[in-house]
Ligand binder design. Structure first.
Ligand SMILES: [Cu+2]
Length: 165
C-alpha cells in the first residue's frame, strides 16, 4: 500500500506553487509594488511565524502552585520554579499538554498518570527555599503544571497555563 505524503510536504509543495505564481506575476507586471509583495511573501515562507521568548515565575506553595501570569505567548518559555521555604518538602514541576482542568487529571496511587498526556518536560528535586529553571518550547494550547511526587497533586499542587499564538 502506498503511504500518503506527509502533510508538511504537501504544504511545502503548495507554497512553492504559490511562490511560482508570484514570480510569474512579478515578471509580467514588473512593478515595484509586486516586487515588495514577492519579497514579503518569500520572507514569510523562510522565517515562518515569529517566536517569542517568555519568562514565567512558578512558586510551589504548601497547597498550590502559583504563577505570576496565567498565559504566555507561544515560543521558548522559561519557568523559574521556586519552592517556598515553608513547604518543608522537596517538589518538582511537570508540564503536561492537556485541555483538562488542572484539578481533573486522572490519578492512580497518588500520582497523575503522566503517560496519558503529552509531557513537555519537568524539573525535579527542588528543595524548600531553592529554585530551578526549566526551558521549553511551547505551542499554542492549554497546559497543566503539577508536582507529581506521590500525594502532592492531591495536596493542590497543580495549576493551568494558556499558551497563546
Ligand atoms: Cu511536590
Amino acid at each position: 500500500m502506498k503511504r500518503p505524503a506527509p502533510r508538511i510536504t504537501r504544504r511545502a509543495i503548495n507554497h512553492t506553487r504559490i511562490l511560482a505564481i508570484f514570480v510569474e506575476e512579478n515578471i509580467m507586471f514588473s512593478s515595484p509594488r509586486t516586487a515588495v509583495f514577492l519579497g514579503v511573501a518569500a520572507l514569510g515562507l523562510v522565517c515562518g511565524p515569529g517566536y517569542a521568548e517568555e519568562m514565567i515565575k512558578a512558586t510551589v506553595l504548601m497547597n498550590a502552585i502559583q504563577l505570576d501570569a496565567n498565559h504566555v505567548k507561544a515560543g521558548t518559555v522559561t519557568f523559574e520554579v521556586s519552592n517556598a521555604p515553608d513547604t518543608g518538602l522537596t517538589h518538582e514541576l511537570v508540564v503536561l499538554k492537556t485541555d483538562l482542568a488542572a484539578d481533573k487529571l486522572p490519578v492512580k496511587n497518588g500520582q497523575v498518570s503522566e503517560s496519558q498526556f503529552k509531557k513537555m518536560g519537568e524539573v525535579e528535586d527542588i528543595d524548600p527555599g531553592k529554585n530551578k529553571r526549566l526551558t521549553l518550547k511551547l505551542a499554542p494550547g492549554r497546559y497543566v503544571l503539577i508536582c507529581n511526587t506521590p500525594g502532592h497533586y492531591a495536596m493542590g499542587l497543580h495549576t493551568s497555563l494558556l499558551v497563546t499564538p
